[in-house]
Design a binder for this molecule. Structure first.
Ligand code: AKG
Length: 290
């Protein structure tokens, strides 16, 4: 199954409320350890993934592959494929999009979705010969690319992505194995919004999500927990379990933070309805508040 989304508008604007968040929500207690290269993942690395729900890998992709990824994104943002409809701007760009030069657009785009069929360089990263065997082993099945996104977090205006489980966004049974791959194309730092993760918390299963600043886990469930930050150099990546709670703070810095994110599921996985998903991840009928 492949999740389909075809926009009819030339672009969209971020529709989530966004806004301020409690101090300390993204404080970290540790920095993620990294293994070197996708070839360097040993049996211990795979065990660590199962235990922590994530594995950070440095130097997974070469400088050239990172440059190609960035060039692919820039071309799509600058409109080199007019038939591509997957650009979403930051809410703050709402009344400005038509006035931006293609070059200015680079710093107002929040996200690109479903682009792999529009750029061969980006597609090559999603199906990279070193990545696929790792994903296959983590899934325990032949991988199918389920979702592809570029998450840009522009300087100064890039909003937070509140704490969530990716599974809560996908119309899949809660026990479907989902492997996420988050690839840094710029330096992802503590300041510009690198990933924060709740190590091991994927083993607690699905969590209720609420519509607040985004579709998210309640802040109170996260505040005071011991989270891990995962700064990465360009070409580094994070492998993570679809049930692992994670989030990123706003980018108040002057630095870009561009990343790719791919999700894989076992080939032939059945989908479910939105209503079915919300029975697991939604709050209705569960006597919970946020
Ligand atoms: O890249 C980010 O800032 C967060 C991405 C993320 O966690 C997601 O979109 O699921």
């Amino acid at each position: 199954m492949k999740s389909e989304k075809h926009e009819t508008e030339p672009y969209t604007i971020d529709s989530h409320a966004g806004g301020d968040y409690p101090e300390g929500l993204y404080d970290h207690r540790a920095i993620a350890d990294k293994v070197n290269g996708l070839d360097g993942i040993s049996g211990d690395g795979f065990s660590l993934f199962r235990q922590q729900g994530y594995l950070a890998v440095e130097a997974a992709f070469t400088e050239k592959e990172v440059e190609d990824g960035l060039a692919g994104l820039s071309d799509l943002i600058m409109g080199k494929r007019p038939d591509f409809r997957g650009i979403s701007f930051e809410a703050k760009a709402k009344d400005r999009v038509e006035d931006l030069t293609p070059q200015e657009r680079l710093d107002w785009v929040r996200k690109l979705v479903y682009f792999v069929d529009y750029d061969t360089r980006l597609k090559a990263l999603a199906f990279h010969r070193k990545l696929m065997p790792v994903v296959r082993r983590l899934l325990g099945a032949e991988p199918e690319l389920f979702a592809d996104q570029a998450l840009i977090k522009p300087p100064k205006i890039g909003r937070e992505k509140p704490w969530h489980q990716d599974h809560a966004f996908f119309d899949l049974f809660g026990d479907t194995p989902v492997v996420g791959v988050w690839i840094a194309l710029d330096d992802a730092t503590l300041e510009n919004g690198c990933m924060r993760l709740l190590s091991g918390a994927h083993r607690q299963g699905p969590r209720i999500h609420f519509t607040r600043r985004d579709w998210q886990i309640c802040d109170d469930e996260i505040l005071g927990q011991r989270s891990v930050a995962a700064p990465l150099d360009p070409g580094g990546l994070l492998l993570f379990d679809g049930l692992l709670p994670h989030g990123t703070p706003a980018n108040a810095s002057a630095e870009r933070r561009r990343a790719l994110q791919f999700h894989y599921i076992p080939k032939g996985t059945e989908d479910i309805s939105r209503e079915e998903r919300l029975k697991t991840f939604g709050s209705d009928g569960k006597d919970v508040t946020c």
